[in-house]
Structure formats: structure tokens, C-alpha cells
Write a protein that binds this ligand. Structure first.
Ligand code: PLP
Length: 385
């Protein structure tokens, strides 16, 4: 399928290519100096004490759950309107995910009220997701976690460059997890980052990333160590120098690309709020930010019902415009249904929204003409419906 307007795109130029070639010429490919620089820059950018680069956001989520001590029998509250990795991370540790509903159709992120209702004596942690790059109600979640003595993890996969006041996403909890796959706001191809202010958590996460070893190949190469011990069970969740080199260049472009996303979102809102039958989640927060700088990762819209949604996606496809659904709810996936007995009716708001939602193309390199073409296509569809 050749799309006139694909769902996502990457802002690449010669700089990524040069950075990759430099790494190849150096012949040091494993986690080393470039990765250390990437971590340093990311930690400065987010204002977190530690940044640990990993092979994916899923790895970051798994490490966060593992290091915070999630074990069989423990419950972790997660949203269902998210990518499946948020909940899978809990399962990797043998924990049980407990799904919470979203706030409402204006705010598609996890509801603090529903989370509070779902806390039991077995609840060990909450993983929140800043859906689309818009913040969850972090003060409410911090309060719940403080009162109940449980841990808070931010799945900030959508949120590089997102600030509440001057505080970056991922710094409101014990750990913040970022994804750098190509459809996110910045990319390293595959890759992720865990940020934390907690020294102990950071040390454990660093060891866990590389088999639980006490020293790294890079330390031994530099002559800092001869051998190692394995005090804990670890994994291989390392990133490599090629990816970190791409990440450094991409991080430098992030602010500019997020600004460009913001500009496109304003244009979408201005044009689409005049079209009948289209609702725009987060609209008020986009128009009147009140201290929030979202990362504008996704631009979801809502229509009346599933039939219209499917017809609209098909119509846009016919015009070469790729759209998507963020997300099919996790609790309704076959694996989750069969393992945890989750079913329809458990999360009424999430289920309703997931049938009426579609995501429009949004990225820094989307042109004005492409945006107008999408807007005009939506107008045409609405007039014919
Ligand atoms: C993309 C994404 C992930 C997974 O990221 P990977 O880097 O592919 O592991 C996790 N959670 C959310 C909310 C995501 O959007």
C-alpha cells in the first residue's frame, strides 16, 4: 500500500547517517561512550538524576516492575487504553494486572477515581500512561500512592518533551519509561530509556540491563575491571552505540518537532471543531494549556459509533490517508481474557471510546498541504454521511 499521507514519519537528514557511520568506523558497537553521552543528554533534558538507555520501552517497564519488586501474587493497576506492553511488563514479573477505566471522552487517560476503587491489600504499584502525550492527573496519583504506600511508574512512551510547568514527564514517579521506536516523537530504531531520581533503583536497573553483571564489557575494555560477579538475575536489555548515536541527533530535534506537532494540532482543532459529528479529546487543554506542554504524540478524534468510525477509516484509506486505532483495549485481548477472565462490560468508558476512536496522521514532517488534504477529506465525509 502506498499512502499519500502515512500515519507516521521520521525526521531524518544527513546528521543521523553521519553519526551512525562514525560509530561504525570506531568499531565499538556495544553500550559505551556514545550511550553514556546519550544518557547524559537525556538526563539533562528531563532533569532526572539518572537515565539508563535500554533496548526498548518494554524493557524499561519490565525492569521498573522487576526492580521495584513486583512478584507473583502482586497486583499492579494499569490502563487498558494503552499499548499491550504496559500490562505485559507486569506479567513478566508474575504479577496480575488490574485494569482501570479512563476519565471520560474528553480525557482518555487513566482515571484516579477508578484506580482508587481498584486498590486492594495486594496492590503493589500503579503504572500510568500519559495518553497521546497529555499528562495524567499526577498529583492525584502521587497522593494515592503516598497514602497507600505503593509505587508509581510512568509509562511515558508518548511523552518525550512533555512538561507540566517545568517538570518533565517521567519525573513524577519512581521511574519513567520512554520508547524510541520509529512511530514515537523521537527514534533510535528500536530503543528505550528508564529515568529515575533514585540511586538504588538506578544501580539495580543498570545491572539488570546486562545479565545482572557487576561490571560491563566497556569497563573491562577500558581496563577498569578484569572480572565480574552475578549477584542478581538480569536480562540482556542493552542498547548499542549505533542506536544511541541516532538518539543523540534525534533528541536535538525533539523540541522543534514537538513545536511543529503543536502547530499542526492547533490547525486540526480549528478546522475540525467546525465539522459535525467529530469530537476532539483533550480539546480544552489544547486551547487553554494552563501550565501544560504536551508532547502532542497522537491526534485522536471521536465519531458517533463504530460503524461510522470504520466507514471513515475506509474512506480515508481510499484517499491514501492512513489512520489507526489507539488502542484496542488490552483487557479484551484473547490472552488476557483467557488468563485473567477479563471481559466486555468491565471498563465501559474505555470500551465505548475504543469503538469510536481513530488517530489521524501527526508528525513534525507533515506538510501544511497534507494537513489541509486530511481536513478537506474529513469535511467531505461528514457532508456525505
Ligand atoms: C510504544 C509503546 C510502548 C512500547 O515501546 P517499545 O519501545 O516498542 O517497547 C509501551 N507503552 C506505550 C504506551 C507505547 O506507546
Amino acid at each position: 500500500m502506498h499512502w499519500k499521507v502515512p500515519l507516521s514519519d521520521i525526521d531524518f537528514d544527513g546528521a543521523e547517517k553521519d553519526a551512525v557511520l562514525k560509530v561504525l568506523e570506531s568499531k565499538w558497537l556495544m553500550t559505551g561512550e556514545v550511550t553514556a553521552r546519550f544518557e547524559g543528554e537525556f538526563s539533562r533534558f528531563t532533569g532526572s538524576r539518572h537515565a539508563i538507555a535500554l533496548s526498548s520501552c518494554t524493557a524499561a517497564l519490565h525492569i521498573a516492575c522487576y526492580v521495584l519488586g513486583i512478584r507473583p501474587g502482586d497486583e499492579v493497576i494499569v490502563p487498558a487504553l494503552t499499548f499491550v506492553a504496559t500490562a505485559n511488563a507486569v506479567l513478566y514479573c508474575g504479577g496480575t494486572p488490574v485494569f482501570a477505566d479512563i476519565v471520560d471522552e474528553k480525557t482518555l487517560s487513566i482515571s484516579p477515581d477508578d484506580v482508587a476503587r481498584k486498590i486492594t491489600p495486594r496492590t503493589k504499584a500503579i503504572i500510568v500512561v500519559h495518553y497521546g502525550g497529555y499528562f495524567c492527573d499526577m498529583s492525584a496519583f502521587q497522593q494515592i500512592c503516598f497514602e497507600k504506600g505503593i509505587d508509581l511508574i510512568e509509562d511515558a512512551a508518548h511523552s518525550p518533551g512533555a512538561y507540566m510547568g517545568d517538570k518533565h514527564a517521567g519525573t513524577f514517579a519512581k521511574a519513567g519509561c520512554f520508547s524510541f521506536v520509529p512511530n514515537k516523537n523521537m527514534t533510535t530504531a528500536e530503543g528505550g530509556m528508564l529515568i529515575t531520581d533514585d540511586d538504588d533503583l538506578a544501580n539495580k536497573a543498570r545491572a539488570t540491563r546486562s545479565h545482572g553483571l557487576t561490571t560491563m564489557t566497556w569497563d573491562r575494555y577500558r581496563g577498569h575491571a578484569y572480572s565480574y560477579d552475578v549477584p542478581v538475575l538480569g536480562f540482556n536489555y542493552r542498547i548499542d552505540e549505533i542506536r544511541s548515536a541516532i538518539g543523540l541527533v534525534q533528541l536535538g530535534k525533539l523540541k522543534g518537532n514537538n513545536k511543529r506537532r503543536e502547530h499542526i494540532v492547533s490547525r486540526y482543532v480549528e478546522a475540525l471543531e467546525k465539522i459535525n459529528g467529530i469530537e476532539i479529546p483533550f480539546k480544552e487543554r489544547i486551547k487553554y494549556p494552563n501550565g501544560e506542554t504536551p508532547s502532542f504524540h497522537l491526534f485522536p478524534i471521536l465519531v458517533q459509533n463504530e460503524r461510522t468510525r470504520d466507514a471513515l477509516m475506509e474512506f480515508l484509506k481510499g484517499r491514501g490517508i492512513q489512520t489507526s486505532i489507539h488502542y484496542p483495549p488490552v483487557h479484551l485481548f484473547t490472552y488476557y481474557r483467557s488468563k485473567f477472565g477479563t471481559r466486555e462490560g468491565m471498563l465501559p468508558k474505555t470500551e465505548d471510546i475504543s469503538r469510536r476512536l481513530l488517530t489521524l496522521p501527526l508528525y513534525g514532517t507533515l506538510s501544511e498541504e497534507q494537513v489541509e488534504y486530511i481536513v478537506e477529506s474529513l469535511r467531505t465525509f461528514s457532508e456525505k454521511e
